[in-house]
Design a protein. Structure first.
Length: 433
């Protein structure tokens, strides 16, 4: 099923599917019309001799310099050249595909002013698997992602490099092999291709997609440990968390309780009056992380569907606005917070692991499975499913052995979300928010 680009309803799941699963991309007819109408508006302004930043003027310190007709033709090319200034090894193909999708969605709003062929060329590149080679370093989002987006834009001139069918090729060769015409750059095209925080936002979208599933696996690991240590489960009663009012904690407690449904622990077994802090505060810690994750998703999806560009053209109002809608802080701030939250989730996992052993999530799975092997009661349905998934890749430790193979196998299992898939197939989907 194709991802239809409208400019206003792109979801993080769409970004993931295009980046990782090569989902087909289509421009909605209304988006094509908006792009074309905006271009007509710009060309009329150029013909009338109106001064417009980045169209017939220089940029930055040279914004007051008005370009003549010949300079306008050359300006877009040299704009891309002097911003193609990244360093380091190539960024992952998935990141670049996601960034291109984000830029297409910006154009779809009809406020960027490029020719429709520029946007359509990016669509064709995604659908035919032509991915520009982009250095992984060179932008902090302060003035948009000018350096990486310029390396992408080199392909619009038949320059730069690209990955195509497993090969790293000169840009023109890759485009020719894929059968994509090279559109070249005319007035405004170059700046419209680069002037936004699209790589920053794309990477953030992919990280959020993975983090949502990572947090579910953290709750699965917590449930296994709670059962292995015969924990008092009163701290996981949803009523407790609803009284405080944080939705993340309610969700986290609910997921863990869902894991241990049908457990002997819920059938009157004798447990401590109150467990250690790390055993009873998981909903509060993971819940706080979930609440920040929800905020990060909201901010990133606003940016995905917003007009991150400069200048911005309003054909209906007949005006051109300059500003700084390329600035990356609205996405960077919640993502910085999310990084701290991921660390916090790993720390409490390590603290529960300490209760089992008297570095982080994958090792907790191994230790919890080992501890459950020594219990003579029946754990919850979800916990049993998780235990079975762990045992598919890590055998019970009967006699001491080198553990690096176990650790690496468990790391891949967590990365591939195998335990999460097994558990949700058994007990149904765990809540994300």
């Amino acid at each position: 099923m194709a991802v239809v680009i409208t400019g206003n309803d792109l979801k993080i799941e769409d970004v993931y599917n295009v980046a990782h699963k090569n989902e087909v991309v289509e421009l909605h007819p209304e988006a094509i019309d908006r792009i074309a109408r905006c271009r007509t508006f710009i060309e009329q302004k150029i013909d009338e001799g109106e001064i417009m930043y980045g169209v017939n003027t220089g940029i930055g310190e040279f914004s007051e310099v008005v370009l003549n007709d010949e300079q306008i033709k050359q300006f877009q090319k040299y704009l891309i050249y002097n911003h193609s200034a990244g360093i380091g090894k190539p960024a992952p193909i998935e990141h670049i595909r996601a960034a291109m999708l984000g830029r297409i969605n910006v154009h779809a709003n009809g406020n960027s002013g490029c020719r429709p062929i520029i946007t359509q060329t990016y669509v064709d590149m995604l659908n035919k698997g032509v991915t520009p080679v982009v250095c992984e370093k060179g932008s902090v989002g302060a003035s948009g992602d000018l350096a990486p987006m310029s390396q992408i834009a080199l392909l619009l001139m038949g320059e730069g490099e690209a990955f195509y069918k497993g090969e790293r090729l000169p840009g023109k060769v890759a485009m020719d092999k894929a059968g994509i015409p090279i559109p070249g750059l005319k007035a405004r095209d170059g700046l419209a291709a680069i002037n936004g925080s699209n790589l920053l936002t794309a990477m953030s979208a992919l990280i959020i997609y993975e983090t949502e599933r990572f947090f579910k696996q953290a709750e699965i690991a917590a449930a296994m440990t709670l059962e292995a240590l015969m924990a008092n489960l009163k701290p996981y009663d949803e009523r407790l968390h609803k009284l405080r009012g944080f939705q993340g904690a309610v969700t986290s407690a609910g997921n863990i309780k869902k894991m241990i449904e049908d457990s002997d622990l819920l059938k009157g077994m004798k447990v401590k009056v109150q467990d250690a802090y790390s055993m009873r505060s998981t909903p509060q810690v993971l819940g706080a992380a979930r609440d920040q994750l929800r905020w990060a998703r909201s901010q990133v999806e606003i940016e995905l569907n917003g007009v991150g560009d400069n200048p911005i053209f309003l054909p209906k109002d007949g005006i051109v606005l300059t500003g700084a809608n390329f600035q990356g802080s609205p996405v960077a701030v919640p993502m910085d917070m999310l990084g701290s939250c991921i660390t916090m989730v790993c720390v409490i996992s390590e603290r529960r692991l300490n209760r089992l052993l008297n570095p982080a999530l994958g090792i907790e799975f191994i230790a919890a499975a080992q501890a459950l092997d020594f219990r003579d009661y029946t754990p919850g349905k979800g916990t049993r499913a998780a235990h079975k998934a762990v045992r598919k890749v890590v055998e019970h430790l009967e006699v001491d052995r080198p553990l690096f193979d176990d650790h690496n196998a468990m790391m891949e299992t967590v990365k591939n979300r195998d335990i999460l898939h097994t558990v949700e197939a058994e007990i149904g989907e765990l809540k994300t928010y």
